[in-house]
Design a protein around this ligand. Structure first.
Ligand code: GDD
Ligand code: MG
Length: 360
């Protein structure tokens, strides 16, 4: 097992405004573009050749990762002219694969933070002689995912992407976004048109009687598709709850990159990350949050479970909980922003213009 495909071409719509200027896999988590963690974990599991299937904002990947040698990888890039969907993207990179027809090829969704034992997934695949093997995890509410029921031997019996009706919710096991494909099956996906691996390829293979094998585990797993999940994942990397060899210089329950400036009495806790050249003012408290490069948190601000975009500003004494501030945005002093609030890139909120009152 030496090669992998990483699907990194999605638009990251649910993560906007973080993905307005940056594709989802390049948004920093624990101080480095999220993709770095996935690449480092793949390398640690023995993968040496990786093909990135890019589409949205494709041009930013190669200048950052180059030929992959910094990570000990041989990295290639393939960009779709039009988005081809997950299956189309896999098919579109087939010419770059070096494996023989029966050899296993790993495929990863580019937004999953997980402690998956990659070698164990490959062993499952080889031991069972499956055509495709899928990492599965259990979640409380499976509706936003692909449901994957299995029989008593772990063999997949159906694949139901994003179930619409209560009758379709037949299991709490979901597709965790990591597969091993027998290489020949990748070549059998139709070329040159959009294909969803979840809605078309997997159900089609099952109908043809192909052997799809599931491997369920209960290791750390998070889809970083929403701002809340992304901030949580970044904090979990810093806290060591999510494993990655690529977290730079962790220090207790916070990560402050070398060129950041933090006032001596500021409090940073809960896996908070402070990016390059960011500034944290006197008495500010930042918990479980990500402050991207060049952002400024002014004196006395209280920031919890929030994402502060590159070059953004949070004014003095403002209180942010579960908020997302786009790159270059400016939140004036004495504002109170609560869960789910998203301030778009480069916009300005004047001083004291947003408040919450319990007696309304
Ligand atoms: N190259 C390329 N081209 N990549 C794409 C495209 C495309 O047209 N569309 C999506 N991707 C990439 C995304 O960048 C992401 O890494 C991955 O494919 C999955 O897309 P998401 O948009 O994140 O899908 P999802 O989270 O709604 O659902 C998927 O992941 C779930 C687990 O988190 C499905 O695979 C579900 O079945 C699964 O449960
Ligand atoms: Mg996703």
């Amino acid at each position: 097992m030496t090669e992998a495909i990483l699907l990194v071409g999605g638009k990251g719509t649910r993560l906007r405004p973080l993905t307005v200027n940056t594709p989802k896999p390049m948004v920093p988590a624990a101080g480095v573009p999220f993709l770095t963690h996935q690449l480092a974990r793949a390398r640690a599991a023995g993968v040496t050749h990786v093909v990135l299937a890019t589409s949205y904002l494709a041009e930013v990947f190669e200048p950052h990762f180059g030929d992959g040698s910094d990570l000990g990888l041989d990295l290639e890039y393939v960009t779709e002219d039009e988005p081809l969907g997950t299956g189309g993207a896999i098919r579109n990179v087939a010419s770059r694969l070096r494996s023989g027809p029966d050899e296993p090829v790993l495929i990863f969704n580019g937004d999953i933070l997980t402690g998956l034992d990659i070698r164990a997934l490959v062993s499952t695949h080889t031991d069972t002689g499956a055509d495709v093997s899928l990492h599965l995890t259990r979640v409380e509410d499976p509706r936003a995912y692909g449901l994957v029921p299995t029989d008593s031997t772990g063999r997949v019996t159906a694949f139901l992407e994003k179930p619409q009706t209560p009758e379709e919710i037949v299991t709490d096991q979901i597709n965790a976004g990591a597969y091993v494909f027998r290489r020949a099956l990748i070549d059998s996906i139709p070329a040159g048109r959009p294909v969803s691996v979840e809605r078309e390829t997997f159900p089609g293979l099952l109908a043809e009687g192909a052997h799809l094998q599931g491997m369920v585990d209960s290791t750390y797993w998070l889809d970083l598709g929403t701002p809340q999940a992304f901030v949580r994942g970044s904090a979990d990397l810093v806290l060591g709850r999510a494993p990655s060899p690529a977290v730079p210089g962790r220090c207790g329950d916070r990560l402050v990159l070398p060129t950041a400036r933090v006032a001596p009495d500021a409090k940073l806790t809960g896996g908070t990350v402070v990016g390059e050249d960011a500034v944290i003012g006197e008495g500010a408290r930042v918990t479980g949050s990500t402050v991207l490069s060049g952002a400024v948190i002014e004196a006395g601000a209280v920031v919890t479970d929030s994402m502060i975009g590159a070059g953004a500003r949070v004014g003095a004494r403002s209180v942010l909980t579960g908020a997302v501030i786009g790159d270059g945005a400016s939140v004036g002093a004495d504002n109170e922003l609560r869960a789910g609030v998203r301030v778009w890139c480069n916009t300005t909120l004047p001083d004291g213009c947003v408040r919450f009152s319990s007696d309304m």
